[in-house]
Design a protein around this ligand. Sequence first.
Ligand SMILES: C[S@@+](CC[C@H](N)C(=O)[O-])C[C@H]1O[C@@H](n2cnc3c(N)ncnc32)[C@H](O)[C@@H]1O
Length: 258
Amino acid sequence: MAKNWYSAQNNEKKFWEDIYLKKDNKDLIYSKTNDDGWVGFAQEILFRHKIDIKDLNNKVILDIGSGPGGLVLGLSLLKSKESLKFNKLIALDPLMNFFKKEINLFSSIDDEVELYEAKGERIPLESNSIDYVFCTNVIDHCEIPENVISEAYRILKPNGLFCPSLHLVYNLWSPIKNYLKYIDKNHPFHFDKETILRMLKKNFIKTDCTYNSKIIYDQPKFTFLNIFKSRNLLRGFKRFASNYILFTSYFKCKKLSN
Ligand SMILES: C[S@@+](CC[C@H](N)C(=O)[O-])C[C@H]1O[C@@H](n2cnc3c(N)ncnc32)[C@H](O)[C@@H]1O
């Protein structure tokens, strides 16, 4: 149960420990990702935000809530394949020291990325300094989501792009969205599409939804039958039920030049 941000983050840390540090990870769904997996992940994120990878050439790119590798690792691996050069590649996460020391995926690209242990609510970067800010599956994990959005706005250069994606609740479940955190233990917040669009548009007048995805598309194993194959029946059931409660949306938000 995610009563608050701190308990959600404890659960988040455990989630990554189970995948990367536990000797016998018997989870049916989540397992270690290899280089091809990170590359595919980055390509899919760019496709869903309708960003051409060539547009990232010579740009300053930040991933808020990077996780242990995520987009930054994928982009770094893609760089040589696509003959690209980034001006700067930056990853920020409140669990960064844990990711660096324990999970140790960033070590292979240590010399080409800047890594920060920090929260998106208070980003240790200068205003108007970043071309692209990504934020994949993070906003509903944060302590004060509105502040993360306004920080993204602050650090972006004029005409820079903020590209967040997150799980949203179908309208049917909107009336109970504030209670879902009691059954969904990694998320302090659950938003519907109307709410997140309102939040984004407070800072980013030009905001478009570029893609919507069903949970089952990204997680084909979240099926009814897999509830019974799961070691943890309740977790298997919650994963299956998430198909009917949540979907994922991708947004592209532009900081207009004055
Ligand atoms: C579901 S993971 C997503 C990781 C990565 N973006 C990916 O897609 O693989 C959520 C991440 O958000 C981070 N997070 C939680 N609260 C945050 C905050 N206030 N600011 C920035 N990141 C935060 C967590 O530490 C975690 O790494």
